[in-house]
Design a protein. Structure first.
Length: 77
């Protein structure tokens, strides 16, 4: 998955307009980043990549790029 594809998927999770996210956004500044979005991200990582991401890992993420980093080499570019 490319980073752009990841950003589009995260926009869907957060119910944002397309091309809203660039990666450097601070999660706490995004009104749509809430507990439901956090759980949806965890489910996305599990369903799409068979990757277990903990709530603590997600809670430690400060930016959209930090979320991408949790997926490691599954995100290209």
């Amino acid at each position: 998955m490319t980073k752009q594809e990841f950003l589009r998927q995260l926009e869907d999770i957060m119910e944002l307009d397309a091309n809203t996210l660039q990666g450097g956004e601070t999660l706490k500044d995004l009104d749509s980043w809430d507990s439901l979005a956090s759980l949806s991200f965890i489910a996305f990582a599990d369903e799409r990549f068979n990757l277990s991401v903990s709530g603590n890992q997600v809670a430690s993420a400060k930016t959209v790029d930090d979320l991408a980093a949790l997926l490691g080499d599954r995100i290209a570019g």
